[in-house]
Design a protein around this ligand. Sequence first.
Ligand code: HEM
Length: 429
Amino acid sequence: MTKPTVRRVAVGGAKGCPVLDGYDPLDQDTVDDPSEWMATARSEAPVFYVPDHDEWVVTRYADCERILMDPKTFSSKDTIAIQPPPPEVAGDLPNGFALQTNVGNMDPPEHVRLRQIIQPAFARKQALLKADQIRALTNRTLDGFIDRGRADLLLEYCQPIPVRVMSSILGIPEAEAPQFYAWAVELVQLFGNPMIEHNEYVRLARGQIEFEKRVRTLIDERRKNPGDDNDFITNLLNAKSEGGEPRLSEREIVGTVTGAIFAGSDTSASALGLILHGLLEDRRLWEELLEDRELVEVAIEEGLRVRNPARAPRRTAMRDVEIGGVVIPKGSAVRVHLWSADHDESVFPNPERFAPHRPNAREHITFGRGPHFCPGANLARVEIRAGVETLLDRLPSLRLVAGHKLRAAPNKIVPALIDGLVVEWDERG
Ligand code: HEM
């Protein structure tokens, strides 16, 4: 790739706005590895405009952090479910997609109210309570193919685990987990790739109607047969005001449940896949972990940084605002490029290196910052740790099979990993 060049253009009334010539966030090579584009941006145009997508990209750590901590200036309202349902299905979705009524799409005070209600269901204690169950699940998943000596770890291990965990949290029968995974992937595609063709958009929207219907039946089942204190949906249904009124509407519950499946499936699956790939690509890292298990925890933090599975959540500028020396006009779409922030050399020297001893690995911004900080971060950590440790325990000889390039689906929010993790191991592990 030739080094990206920076050009200056007029945007609205403002002149001299930086543009990275040829940058396309959905180009396959850029999706697979944005490092060159982002390194140029951080050094020469830390905030730049993308004409074809009519949005601004913010690439430095400090600027990204500042935006996430300032919801008044940078709003999250209507930043996930951006496009309305297509006319072909609009009759079935008169109020739009349920995901539009989700914490990720809201500003204070609605955001604070909803977040307070759902927070306990996501708390650290909940994640730790699940640790043994998750470990049993990773072992059971591995049992399914351990005798084969070779597997596509992405399809057979990384993808099924998080959605099975979410299924158990939400009381979804495990046999239905693959269907829920498919809906989650479609949802990410529906909202993270505005360039999909119209027919595909209609197909995905039809799938969401089925998804929302199934979630409504789950909620009805839990209304008739409430679960215990740890049951996610029961807790949402039981949240009552002082006067005994439900604090969440049916639509808010549907939006929260679909949102949890959307946010908790492909992110964790891709994170686990990317981290395993990183550890096996430079096998000395894998061997280091085999020798010193105490390193695993921080190696996972470093893996979350260097192989950040998410990309760039969106905000809307609520006023003309200067950031990184550029004035972003009021009403503009702003992409907070968390992947780039995690590779900012001023915070993480030699940023492309997977360095498990990195002293500040935990400072990554992979789970965001501020009011929208990921409530599933602890659960994701427990899942990834169980996924990595089960393989260290049972398949120490694990290695990559050559000839499979790591590839992800073009997407501006979470480019889900789709290929590149074919592995083999010796019969005795
Ligand atoms: C490695 C895996 C994960 C990554 C990298 C990740 C990343 C993120 C990020 C960056 C945000 C903030 C987005 C923003 O500021 O707009 C976020 C929000 C969120 N995440 Fe995660 N996440 C992961 C796993 C999970 C899991 C397992 C769950 C559910 C159990 C989850 C549920 C959510 C929800 C509900 C929000 C919205 C919170 C809000 O807007 O207040 N995430 N996640």
